[in-house]
Design a protein around this ligand. Structure first.
Ligand code: ZN
Length: 485
């Protein structure tokens, strides 16, 4: 924090006039003092507690897929931890959840010139995919890079084959449609299975899973490298068919794969909780500011980045505020959502269970796009409120980062979507790209995040203790301001 700007702000408030535009709103001098204390925590370089506690939980229980015992044990770990803080009120709210079980799976590619000719590909079945049965699905692969290309090829080319969506990474929103809707679309033209090039701009032969719209044909993600290999095989075979005299034409076979997936969908499999942790407000405890991340993860890696970081930074922001000498007026509520990764049952259940108090929710924040150097919030709220938040951010968070606030017209994060669409002002807390330090609002500003997203590489080593501490401080600053103005 720039001490001079605080001085100006405090001076104005002490004198009773709000001369500086950065001190607008109903912030009082006590709020400003508390925010100043929060920000001091950023400079406590000995404090690695957020990183350490997330490492402890993920080391103990591993990944936390909804419906698994690891999820429930992790949820119990959080509740035990929260109950050791008497100023916090913590409980689990059971949600009826489905369970998608991966089981054994493989993709084999036939290259008869190799020894052995069966090449096992790194792959991950897509969440909610059907299984293939024990024999698997075996067929030639037709690569396409867009849905338009799929449509042009149509039934005559696609029927009986496996479609590979091989689009290169532009951004998550541009590319994830092939993972989500690829099987549904390919099925219309008689495809018997789908492969999707993993959604990332960079690969160490790493497959990335993710959810899909359920379809009657199986779907799996393969790596960029294998997607390109299959595409080259397809093109060479096509060229050899057009001109059998090209060199080595007789060696160019069409790409043929066998997909085996024993995946099973278990509907209404079990009851498993959202975690809720409250710090009750001092004057208006019935009014609520949510800060949140999702506790569930995929069944690969340990979900350290997605979204252990968001969940734990939100939780530790609440702990930081709970230690202040002055509580904010409103209740700050940490949500650790269940089931973000495939059917958002946790978010839907919270919305329905808390229908009667939705009008008392004054803001809902989620952090689910990485916790690197803090950038700020994309906010779905009236422009006036966003301007005010941007002014607060500039005033308080210029030094440690995390103070940007820009407007968005669509719900900016998955779990808070029902709340945003209900009309509750809401924001996605976001950070700079882990490698390029580009802003998350730029097209390529999250490329680093997607190198690890939904992979076995989503481990603690992506996260940095200092960056997590700064995320905690930035989230706590926003939460305190929103709960106390
Ligand atoms: Zn996530």
């Amino acid at each position: 924090m720039k001490i001079s700007s605080v001085g100006i702000c405090l001076f104005s408030l002490f004198s009773g006039s709000l001369a500086t535009p950065l001190c607008t709103g109903s912030l009082n001098v006590e709020s400003v003092k508390m925010v100043h204390k929060i920000i001091q925590a950023a400079y406590n370089t000995n404090d690695t507690s957020t990183w350490d506690s997330l490492a402890e939980m993920t080391d103990l229980y591993g990944n936390r897929m909804t419906g698994t015992v690891q999820y429930d044990r992790s949820a119990e770990w959080v509740l035990r931890n929260a109950k050791s803080h008497p100023e916090l009120v913590a409980w689990g709210e059971d949600v009826s959840v489905d369970y998608w079980q991966r089981n054994e799976e493989s993709v084999e590619l036939y290259i008869p010139t190799r020894e052995p000719p069966v090449v096992k590909l790194n792959m991950l079945g897509l969440g909610l995919s059907v299984g293939t049965g024990p024999k698997g699905v075996e067929a030639n692969v037709i690569p396409v890079s867009t849905f338009e290309e799929l449509e042009q090829l149509g039934n005559s080319t696609i029927a009986g084959n496996i479609v590979l969506f091989n689009a290169d990474f532009i951004s998550y929103s541009d590319n994830s449609k092939y993972r989500r809707l690829g099987a549904e679309n390919a099925q219309k033209y008689g495809a018997v299975g789908v492969l999707v090039q993993s959604i990332t701009g960079y690969s160490l032969n790493t497959p990335h899973t993710g959810s899909m719209t359920p379809s009657s044909i199986p779907a799996a993600a393969i790596t960029i490298e294998d997607s390109k290999l299959i595409t080259r095989m397809y093109n060479r075979h096509k060229a050899a068919k057009a001109d059998p005299k090209i060199p080595n034409a007789e060696l160019f076979v069409p790409p043929k794969v066998n997909i085996k997936m024993n995946a099973q969908n278990h509907l209404n499999y079990t009851r498993s909780p959202n975690i809720i942790i409250d710090l009750k407000g001092s004057e208006k405890p019935e009014e609520i500011v949510i800060i949140s991340g999702h506790l569930d993860s995929w069944d690969v890696g340990v979900g350290a980045m997605d979204d252990g970081g968001g969940a734990f930074c939100s939780y530790d922001a609440l702990k930081l505020i709970s230690k202040l000498p002055r509580r904010p007026k409103r209740t700050i509520r940490v949500l650790m959502w269940n089931n973000e990764e495939y059917t958002s049952k946790g978010a839907k259940s919270y919305f329905n269970t808390h229908k009667d108090e939705l009008d008392k929710h004054v803001f809902a924040m989620e952090s689910d796009i990485g916790n690197f150097e803090p950038w700020g919030m994309r906010v779905m709220a009236p422009q006036e409120q966003v301007n005010k938040l941007a002014a607060y951010g500039k005033l308080f968070l210029s030094d440690i980062g995390g103070g940007n606030a820009t407007i968005t017209t669509t719900a900016p994060a998955v779990d808070i979507t029902p709340l945003c669409n209900y009309g509750i002002p809401c924001g996605s807390f976001e950070t700079l790209d882990i490698y390029t330090q580009k802003s998350p609002i730029l097209l390529q500003g999250k490329e680093g995040y997607f190198r690890f997203h939904h992979t076995d590489a989503d481990r603690m080593e992506i996260l940095d203790p200092r960056q997590l501490r700064h995320n905690v401080v930035a989230i706590a600053t926003w939460a305190y301001l929103l709960a106390d103005e």
